[in-house]
Structures are given as C-alpha cells and as structure tokens.
Design a protein around this ligand. Structure first.
Ligand SMILES: [Zn+2]
Ligand SMILES: [Zn+2]
Length: 362
C-alpha cells in the first residue's frame, strides 16, 4: 500500500506566550522551509481563530493548526510541560494535575506528549531554569517529545565562550537527541507500553543583546530545517483544513511517523516496515502478529548507518547502506535509528516510531 508523507513541526511559540513571531509569520517561515504543516503551542493558552491553510504567493501552502503547551505556573521549578494537540478547546485549567490533564485530553479525542522530558540546565549558568518531566507515575499519555532542538541546544552551551560560538552555528555541535530520553523511551516500550515519539523545534525566536551584538537565537526558519516530524497517511491532504487536521492527528495518535534532522539531509522517503509470513504487514506505529517470524525492512534515500533496536539493544546494524533487512521471531517493540555524517561528524538523522510484534497466542 502506498502512503502519503507530510513534514511538520509541532512545538513553537508566538507573542501569545513567550515567542516573537505571529501565526502568519510562522506560516511563512514554515512555507520557506518546505513544511506541510505546523502546530503552534503557546504556553497555557489555546488561541482561537487562526487555524487554516496559509500561503498564496506561489511557494506552496502550509496548514497551521493550534495546540497548547500546558504546565503548572504555580509550581517551582515549572516542570512537566505537556504538549496537547487536537483537543479543540482550552485545557490549561487541568495544569495542576498532569494525570487529570492527560485523561481530559484523551476524553476530548486529543493527544498528549510529554515535552523535553529530560531537560537540563545550561551548565555555566547555575541560575538557568530546568524544566524536565518529573511525574513519571502519569499514565495513558500518547507519547514523548524524543528530540526537542531548543532543549538540546542548551546542552551544547558548555562554557561562555562555546555559547558565543554555538549561537551562530548550533548545527556544528548538535549530534542527536538526549540519550536519557531514548533510554526512557526504550524502558517504556520494553515494559509493553505503546509510546509515540515526535521531534520538534520549540521555536521562540528570542532576540538577545550581547554588548553591541544583536542576535536572534534559533530563528523559526532556521529551526524548521532542523528537527521535524514526518507523518504517513493512507489518504492525501484534500486542502480542507478540518479533514487534513484529522489525518495529521490520526497519524500522530498511532505513531505512523518518524523524526528527522534536516541539516543532515532530506529524510523524505524513509520507510520502516514489517512483513509477516501470513501476508500481514505493518508500518511504523502498527502492531503485527507473528507466526513463525517477521521480516523487518528499512529503506533510506541516501547511504547511512542504520541501527535496528529492540528493548534498548542494537540487534542489527549496517554501515553505509540504503537498506537493512532483519528476520526475527522475538515479540516486542522494534525501532530504527539512522546516523549519517554532516560536517565530518556522524549525527542522528532519522528516528523511527516502533513497530510492535505480538505473538499469535498472546
Ligand atoms: Zn516547554
Ligand atoms: Zn515550548
């Protein structure tokens, strides 16, 4: 079956919270970067009346949707940021109770993702804020923000001098998502949970002054070329915002999606699939029932280092290839990482969502 692939970013801010660009400016930046959709997520406010297709200047259209990033402002530090998509109403009154929030979002047919779950301080700025997820007893959330570029950027600011250099060329220092986030994902998957992974910009477009120097840290158009999420749908976008939003939320809900780091190259066309011996097949996010075995296949558009991961362990890997095939009869979640050199250093390029293998009699 053929799938339609769309590229989007789902975490950014406007002046409704602590961002600089308007919804219209975000749509233009997304269009320039070649994104198909964006979901704007201001802190604790669901902004009405701006959703829809933007762009009639000939460079293509982008669908702008509105979600929300919710946390309890009265809690210090202000941890537990939760990205909410598709709830279609204000949900920030649940901020003080993350489990109530996740459940209320679910009841509204929406999706909840734990944002930057392992955020750390800027090491040379002890007073800087750290805003990880801390309430790990929370259940029933849709997934994790596996790669947040803004949070990851803070990790490379290891000294004041390096900070000054990195703000001008962050792409030289960013290698991949945080290892502790990947480890948590593997832990949850190994425990039998279905956990969707997404990657985002967390764009704010904040302007800084350092002496005479004025600089916008990580502008929107730059970030939209960095960490994004691709979705796979069974039907193409129709151009109707409501219908296409339903396709996006459906793909995200099921994890029919993968994360890419655009600086390393375009990841469009990446596929991770499973074929069972009874003719069954699955794509990322789906479950396949095994008979005697399942064949997992990975395809990438350019030669790269492909790793197949099961329960936190690399069970197959190939260097400098465009595909990888592996036959297995072990149940559980399988996910793929693809690494590739950029500026002389191997970096994380693609992170798949898992395919879940179940035994026929479980
Ligand atoms: Zn946040
Ligand atoms: Zn944010």
């Amino acid at each position: 079956m053929a799938f339609y692939e769309y590229l989007g970013n789902m975490h950014m801010h406007t002046p409704y919270s602590d961002g600089e660009a308007s919804h219209r400016e975000i749509a233009s930046a997304a269009q320039l970067a070649g994104l198909d959709f964006v979901i704007v997520t201001d802190h604790n406010i669901w902004v009405k009346g701006v959703e829809g297709y933007y762009g009639d200047d000939g460079s293509g259209y982008v669908l702008l949707l509105v979600g929300e990033e919710i946390h309890d402002r009265t809690r210090h530090p202000q941890v537990n940021h939760c990205l909410v998509y598709g709830a279609n109403q204000e949900m920030s009154h649940y901020a003080s109770d993350p489990q109530a929030l996740v459940d209320a979002v679910g009841e509204q047919g929406g999706l909840s993702f734990l944002a930057h779950p392992f955020d750390r301080k800027i090491v040379w700025q002890p007073e800087s804020e750290t805003i990880p997820w801390v309430d790990w007893q929370v259940q029933r959330f849709t997934g994790l923000e596996i790669w947040n570029y803004m949070s990851c950027f803070k990790d490379i600011l290891v000294t004041p001098w390096k900070t000054l250099r990195r703000v001008f060329e962050p792409e030289k220092a960013v290698i991949g998502p945080r290892k502790d986030t990947l480890a948590k994902w593997d832990e949850l998957l190994t425990d039998g949970h279905y956990v969707v992974g997404i990657g985002n910009a967390d764009a704010h477009g904040t302007r800084y002054r350092i002496g005479l120097l004025r600089h916008t840290i990580l502008p929107y158009d730059y970030l939209f070329n960095c960490v994004n999420t691709h979705i796979l749908t069974r039907a193409p976008f129709s151009g109707n915002a409501t219908e296409d939003a339903a396709l996006i939320y459906g793909a995200l809900r099921h994890g029919n999606a993968f994360i890419s780091y655009g600086m390393v190259g375009s990841a469009r066309g990446f596929r991770f699939t499973a074929q069972g011996d009874s003719g069954a097949s699955a794509i990322m996010g789906e479950t396949i029932r095994m008979g005697s075995g399942v064949t997992l296949q990975v395809i990438v558009a350019q030669r790269a280092h492909i790793k197949l991961i099961h329960q936190g362990e690399i069970i197959a890997e190939e260097m400098n290839v465009e595909n990888l095939t592996h036959v297995t009869s072990q149940p559980g979640a399988y996910r793929v990482e693809v690494w590739r050199a950029y500026e002389g250093i191997e970096r994380c390029w693609i992170l798949s969502n898992p395919i879940y293998l179940e035994t026929l009699f479980s």
